[in-house]
Design a protein around this ligand. Sequence first.
Ligand SMILES: [Zn+2]
Length: 528
Amino acid sequence: MTTIKLHNTKTRKREEFTPIDPENVRMYLCGPTVYDRAHLGNARPVIVFDVLNRLLRHVYGEDHVTYVRNFTDVDDRINETAQNRKAAGAQGTLEELIRQRSDETIQWYHDDMDAVGAMRPDHEPRATEYIGPMVAMIADLIAKDHAYAAEGHVLFAVDSYKQYGALSGRSVDDMIAGARVEVAPYKRNPMDFVLWKPSTDDLPGWDSPWGRGRPGWHIECSAMSHELLGASFDIHAGGIDLQFPHHENEIAQSCCANPDAGFANVWMHNEMLQVEGKKMSKSIGNFFTVRDLLDQGVPGEVIRFVMLSTHYRKPMDWTEKKREEAEKFLRQCATVLEEWSDAKKAGGLQRNDPAEPSAGLIDALTDDLNSSMALTHLRFLASKGSAAPTVFGGQLYRDLHFLGFLGRHWSEWFDDHADDLAPFAQLLSEARSVAIETKDFSEVDRLKAALVAVGIEVQMSKAGVEVARKQLDSIGIAYSRANRAVATESDDEADFWYGIAEQMKQGILPCKENQEQKIQALFEEWKL
Ligand SMILES: [Zn+2]
């Protein structure tokens, strides 16, 4: 069997991976808090551990891997949006509005992560559906003297777990010195963290032995991984920013609740993402979401390629140059695949299609998920394929498929409509010739206005008429801008974007979602 080597944060070593049960290899990835669009950095762990999921399935078999990624849907920011919507007159109870907000954000998340080629995990538990197991685990921790109730809160007693801090290699004293520790009167020790907290009447809450309240964030992952993967499982993954305190706290909770089990054997952490050498931040204007890029016409495959071009344990720098190079490379691949596919249809293949991904590709990935090496292998194959597509096209197809680039056909990677609009240019140009004769430009103006209204830019010069699709916003972006404005209490801006989103929905304003439809309607109306 193929040997996979992984760097284990827990032991700080590269180790040979040995699953607890090769019939059921189990992996947990901390998922998103669903309060807004996923920013570009959120996509990194999703893509990196999607490749690991694919590799595990390749080695142990499609049906012998269980991959879990949760949704955190208990969060003050979700509550806030729901409360604002309720205040603005939205129909439904607060619980319904919270559910609605989580549902819409989960839908966005799925759309965006599907677009970057990530397979859906086997289970995507929502925290709100696992409150029972969380309450049970908290009660168990109290019974075992690892937690205590105080003033409606339940806190984990950090000094009851001697190995606390082992994952990140910090002492409790260092943590107190380095972290922003919330000092509260009900805490016995400033490092103690919340397992359960009280809810006021205007916030979501669940009945518990400690009164009506809601769980802390860390207990979610301990309870959900226990329910779906058991007390011991193979791999726990997440961004390096979660190592402390989130993962330390998960370990403390799970190991104290189940002292005979080991919780996760291997811990894997991906490094953070920067943009053009700088930390992504709203204040310096280099903050963007996955959807922003997709809407700017950057294909999901290009995002995936750039993300995989850096090893997951190194900081990843998103740059325009890398985006351009990835696009150029994927266009080269599409050309090879097209020629290979044409030759195949014509019966002119010089080599049978391979059933397996290249050994070089698997070697790279089994070496602690060396994705940049895997892409180097793809480059090599594509350059050979450019010279001899009928020989190497099949392997290139198989390898691209393995790495998750062929969730859709290669012809759909790039949305090139350069020539589609030519009949509009032709029509305008004819109308203009007539207008120059008759001195009546009303028909030209009418045609031009109709094109602009569906999001087409028109340029007329002596050289001729040029038309091009404008980059349009989408309904989702408008909603997300509105919600961001709500969060910063910019009411006018929020109203503006809600208004835009509504008009887009009703087809009054052109947007990404309805542009094609509107263009087709013009073609029909003008019989082109
Ligand atoms: Zn987690």
